[in-house]
Design a protein around this ligand. Structure first.
Ligand SMILES: [Zn+2]
Length: 217
């Protein structure tokens, strides 16, 4: 039996990763790593890495690898006794290689990569079902025609800027998907294919079953 302590969750933007991230951290008692929250904490503390990160965050740019890697490495050292869930990191193969090296210095390794492979068609259909009420601001994700709160006709949500979303999707495909291959070569990937709309709980159940198989293998 493999013992699982360090998880990575990979999934496209709008793949429902946030819900599954909560499921994994609750079910397997994992501390979630949020690089965004860590960076903000470092900035607030005024640490040297935080000051460096702030320059990029103020300019709405990606914080460079050496800064993010340093902050994540420190977090891993501080949490080496706990189960951990990395979500949104590593974003690139270069970050994955650094992560492997940092963990190996501590005598640790990534134990499992859960890859949530939701089809592009399904993600697109989901985006179109995300609606907002122009009258009261209520938001829904099931394509409701009428607002469940005030009864006004709903419109497709426009707060997801389509260009920004397309850019995030492209970055995911070119930069982050190779991270899955990196860990597949280590035999650590559990892949969940989702091609049809269903309840998030059903996807969670499939993830749990796949993890159970992985632990036995
Ligand atoms: Zn309303």
């Amino acid at each position: 039996m493999k013992s699982l302590k360090r998880f990575i969750l990979v999934g496209a933007p709008a793949s429902g990763k946030g819900t599954q991230s909560s499921f994994l951290s609750t079910t397997y008692d994992l501390k979630p790593l949020s690089t965004g929250a860590l960076l903000r904490a470092e900035v607030a503390a005024g640490s040297p890495l935080g000051l460096e990160a702030k320059k990029y965050m103020d300019a709405a740019m990606f914080v460079p690898d050496e800064v993010v890697n340093g902050i994540v490495a420190q977090w891993l050292i501080n949490n080496k006794e706990s189960g951990c869930l990395l979500d949104g990191y590593p974003r690139t193969v270069a970050q994955a290689q650094t992560l492997d090296a940092e963990l190996s210095k501590l005598g640790l390794a990534v134990d499992i990569v859960v890859y949530l492979n939701v089809s592009a068609e399904l993600i697109e259909a989901r985006m179109l079902r995300r609606k907002a009420c122009p009258k009261c601001g209520e938001t829904t994700r099931n394509g409701e025609e009428l607002c469940p709160k005030c009864g006004a006709p709903m419109i497709v949500r426009t707060d997801d800027n389509p260009e920004a979303f397309a850019k995030r999707r492209k970055d995911y495909e070119t930069l982050t998907l190779p991270v899955v291959d990196h860990y597949r070569a280590q035999g650590k990937v559990v892949q969940i294919d989702v091609t049809e709309e269903g309840e998030p709980e059903a996807v969670s159940a499939r993830i749990a079953a796949a993890i159970e198989e992985y632990v036995k293998a």
